[in-house]
Ligand binder design. Sequence first.
Ligand SMILES: C[S@@+](CC[C@H](N)C(=O)[O-])C[C@H]1O[C@@H](n2cnc3c(N)ncnc32)[C@H](O)[C@@H]1O
Length: 246
Amino acid sequence: MEESPKLYRELAAWWPLLSALEDYAEEAEDYRRLILEGTDGEAREVLELGSGGGNNASHLKAHFRLTLVDRSPQMLEVSRRLNPECEHVEGDMRSVRLGRTFDAVFVHDAIAYMTTEDDLRGVFATAFEHCKLGGIALFVPDHVRETFEPWVHQGGHDGPDRALRYLDWTWDPDPNDTTIRMDLIYVFHEPDGSVHTELDEHVCGLFPRATWLRLIGEAGFEVRPVPLVHDERPVGAEGYLATRPG
Ligand SMILES: C[S@@+](CC[C@H](N)C(=O)[O-])C[C@H]1O[C@@H](n2cnc3c(N)ncnc32)[C@H](O)[C@@H]1O
C-alpha cells in the first residue's frame, strides 16, 4: 500500500489544531441539505468514507446515524474521541465491504487521495455496494481539472497547552498527469515551549469533470454535479450527487 501523509499517521493527534470543527459548520449544512434533498428527506443511515478526524461527522451526527470508515487507525482514534456515539470502522474506501446498505454514502475531501481512475472506480463501486436501492451517494472532491488553480493557504489553532500553524501550498508539477501536490509545512509549539517543524507531501488526484461523471455513471449511478463554494474551500469546488436507481 502507498504511504499516507504523516498527518494521518504519527501527526494525527495534531489534527484538531490544524482543522477546527467550526470551520466545517457551513459546508456540513450544505451536505446535510443535499443528502436530504437526494433522498426526499428520508435519509437516516449514512456511511462516510474517509471520515478522518470526524469534523463533518460532528455536525452531521445530529441529523443522521453515522458509520465512519477511514484507513488510518490514528485518525479513527481522533474521531472516536469527538464522536463516541458513531460506529468507526478501519477500511480502505476502494475496497471495504461492510455487508450492509445505507440511505446515503458521503465522501468528502478524503477522495482527493485517489490518484488514478482505478482508485476512483474502487470508491464508486464501494459507494454503490453500500447504497440502498433509491439511495444516494455524495462525492465532494476539493478540485476538478477545469477550475483548479494553485493555491497557498495558512491556518492553524491554539490548544490549551500547545499550538500549530501550517502553510498549505497546493500546485501541479505536471499538468499532463492526474496528480497534484499539497505540500504542507507545520510549525508545532509543544507544551514545554519547544518549537519544531515538519514538511509533509500529500499527493492528490486531479480529474476533469467528465471523468467524474463517466466513472460514477459506469458504477451504476445516475449522477449530476452540484455547485459547492465556501470561504474555506478551494474556489470552484463542486460535488456530485449520485442516485442508485431503484
Ligand atoms: C482530510 S482528512 C478527512 C477529514 C474529514 N473530512 C473530516 O471531516 O474530519 C483525509 C482522510 O482521508 C483518509 N484516507 C485517505 N485515503 C483513504 C482510503 N483509501 N480509504 C479510506 N480513508 C482514506 C485519511 O486517512 C484521512 O483521515
